[in-house]
Design a protein around this ligand. Structure first.
Ligand SMILES: *Cc1c(COP(=O)(O)O)cnc(C)c1O
Length: 395
């Protein structure tokens, strides 16, 4: 193929209201045009330090070991497991969705003895179930759980589970990929030992960086390992030699992504965590009100619904893929389908970062109404948008 047969790059500027990636903040795109520096250039080292400080502020932690891992959210997840779990050790993994299942898979690949605590996809993990598993499992190295289960729309309560894990001398690993920057996350106050996230959800950056923080307790467990971390690339002791103290070359930092993340975090903190969380809550509430007013059924257990990702059941007789294609091509809006056992059964509407706006709530409801009606779904015209409007301006 001659190079001339490939046209200029021109992807459409979609409204990304699926499970991620979410839309990138314009300031982040701007930051990505800054020139590359050498990976040991003092100016770049300074930018790395600033990025770590910003990350600590957003994670609400004082943890020394706080860095963005090079890679997507799964790299952060894998780093947490690879660094804290040694072969033969027990891991209690909470699985009520696709991402909990992924953590369990990783823990077993790293040689862990895995106990799964399961709940139906769309329900929370009950603390009682974790307690029973911990009692039955005996000596447990870590408990891992997903705070915002993007595959189901569940906002998992953590306090009791963290307390139980600590009562059993286990470390707690929490996946905050779809909550950090959109829901309250307080690593130190909550006592999380390892917390990972991703750049492309509520932090408004492209995919490619996975924030990770380790508590002093987790860091000391890491230092006293008997075996080497099996992943060379994700070994936090090696990574820390570059991101911290000795500044030893490990791998070439993806500077552009560090710039992006630094700017994304600045945007988050300029808005203020509380204001930002309130905005996500308001818009999440509005989209739920709108979907229900259209006659749709929300999938996630009531009382535990995420503001950043709403799961809603595909009504009987409606073609999932056809509807999502129509949203994409005729309305320029992406929403996601279901994963695993929920494929074809739910849609997932993400309102993350800049994407969490009143305008997007109304746009996605309007588009859904039109495309549902086009497939013969009976609904009261305008009811969804009106209900969302009321939720957005209560008086
Ligand atoms: C998106 C997501 C991940 C995985 O992140 P990738 O960037 O796709 O590797 C992990 N956990 C949760 C809860 C997610 O939503």
């Amino acid at each position: 193929m001659s190079e001339r047969s490939v046209s200029d790059l021109n992807p459409p500027p979609r409204i990304l209201l699926g499970a991620g990636p979410a839309n990138v903040h314009p300031r982040v795109y701007q930051a990505m045009m800054a020139p590359i520096l050498g990976h040991l250039d003092p100016d770049f080292l300074h930018i790395m330090d600033e990025t770590k400080d910003l990350l600590r502020a957003v994670f609400r932690t004082q943890n020394e070991e706080t860095i963005p891992v090079s890679g997507t959210g799964s790299a952060g997840m894998e780093a947490a497991i690879a660094n804290l779990l040694e072969p033969g050790e027990r891991a209690v993994i909470c699985v009520a969705g696709f991402f909990g299942d992924r953590i369990a898979e990783m823990a077993s690949r790293y040689g862990g003895e895995v106990t799964r605590v399961e709940a139906e996809w769309g329900h929370i993990i009950e603390a009682d179930a974790v307690e029973a598993a911990l009692k039955a499992a005996g000596r447990t190295k870590l408990v891992a759980i997903v705070h915002a289960e993007t595959s189901t729309g569940i906002h998992q309560p953590l306090h009791d589970i963290i307390r139980l894990a600590h009562d059993h001398d286990a470390l707690v690993v929490v996946d905050t990929v779809t909550s950090l920057g959109g829901c309250e996350v307080a690593v130190d106050d909550w006592g999380i030992d390892a917390c990972h996230s991703a750049s492309q959800k509520c932090l408004c950056c492209p995919p490619g960086m996975a924030p990770l923080t380790l508590s002093p307790n987790a860091a000391s467990v890491l230092r006293s390992r008997e075996t080497k971390v099996r992943s060379w690339y994700l070994d936090m002791t090696l990574l820390d030699n570059y991101w911290g103290g000795r500044r030893a070359y490990h791998h070439t930092a993806p500077m552009t992504m560090v710039y992006a993340l630094r700017e994304g975090l600045r945007v988050v903190l300029e808005e203020g965590l509380e204001t930002r969380i309130a905005r996500h809550q308001r818009n999440g509430q509005a989209v739920r009100a709108g979907l229900e007013a259209m006659g749709l059924t929300l999938h996630a257990q009531e009382g535990y619904r995420l503001p950043t990702l709403t799961s809603v059941r595909v009504p009987e007789g409606i073609e999932d893929l056809k509807l999502r294609r129509a949203l994409l091509y005729d309305h320029n809006i992406e929403i996601s389908g279901g994963l695993g056992p929920l494929a074809g059964k739910i849609w997932r509407v993400g309102l993350m970062g800049v994407g969490s706006s009143a305008e997007n709530v109304l746009a996605v409801l309007q588009a859904l109404e039109q495309e549902l009606a086009a497939q013969g779904f009976r609904l009261e015209k305008g009811a969804g948008v009106a209900a969302a409007d009321r939720a957005l301006s209560p008086d």
